[in-house]
Ligand binder design. Sequence first.
Ligand SMILES: Cc1ncc(COP(=O)(O)O)c(C=O)c1O
Length: 411
Amino acid sequence: MVSMMPPTQSILKLPSDQDASGRTLGAEEIAAVTEAILSGTLTSTKGTFVKALENRFAEMIGVKYAYACSSGSAAVHTAIAAIDPEPGDEIITTSITDMGALTPILYQGAIPRFVDVDPVTLNVTAETIAPCINERTKAIIVTHLFGNPCNMTEIMALANAHGIPVIEDTAQAFLAQHQGQFAGTMGTVGCFSLQQGKHITTGEGGIVVTNDDAIARRLFLYINKAFGYGDPKPDHYFIALNYRMSELQGAVAAAQLGKLQDIVAKRATTAAQLTEKLQGLPGIATPHHAADDVHVYWKYCLRVDSNIIAEGAVGLAKKLKEEKGIFSAPRYIQKPAFQCEIFEKQRTFGNSRFPFTLAKAEAVDYGRDRFPGTFSGLEQVLVLPWNEAYTDEHIQYIADAVKQAVAQLAH
Ligand SMILES: Cc1ncc(COP(=O)(O)O)c(C=O)c1O
């Protein structure tokens, strides 16, 4: 294979969240999982590890209820099922998110109503949500993208004015804060992911949180096949799945939880260092977050101006990879979620197209002119991987790589 690297360049391998170099899995997790195995009880219906995780997480972020589940997708599905839309109801969501946050809407017979995002943060805002609220709106899902919280003050004011519950997708935003409140605790339900690349991980896993007693009951039931464990005459009360987390994952997650604050603090510190080093570079804008908020840097995003940098974010990503071995993601998910076949071709259950058959025309109008922030935001964004194991040397390496690439590409 012909190497793309010039022979004189030295490559520094950055810690990666896909292997041990960038994960905090160690002695604590091994001890906990060993204890779980030796207990002989691996189901959370009988064991203690998942329960302990739920209690500790609820206490950490200050909510009344937390329930662990099998993935971030399961968390979002559970939240939607708890809100219980009627078939054809609309659930407002963002055009830039993971598919695992969207398919649950369809599984519950509801219609995703995509709204535009702020081109700078790629987050939904009260302004982009407001025009899409109508009599069929059953819930609003907001995603705190890349670890940067949405403006929940404005979004909650809007939602409360209409009496609409808000689901916070906090998969990428453990311990992020908006005006002193933790992401995931401001809406009706918060959803978290413990998938391999998140701040803390069990490989796959999720958590849902709420302060609402009735919603909590439905969250618990939905994760447990709607079986009324502990009730005098338990039954399977409604349609639901087994979305339980196992005790093996619960043990690892509880150990990971003890490291979360440190992970978040390290990511924020190194992100601030890089931001400082990149100030004043032509055609490059560093991440923006509101002054009172805490951004927890799941990823570090640059905005690249293609009027100044040749080939924009794509050109910069190419240079970083070829010359410095730094892998980044220009355009993040490449295209708005609504341009995926599932939505464009309405591929759902057999040939039925259900629930799209119940959708109002404007709910499935994905015309480009309705999403200016989405298209311009994706065009400019360059997503750099971020990690708590980055040292001063890694930060200097990334800063120098970006500066060198910009010097070569700026016109
Ligand atoms: C914003 C967002 N929501 C939901 C999910 C789905 O989580 P999971 O992969 O754990 O199912 C992810 C990512 O994985 C995500 O980034």
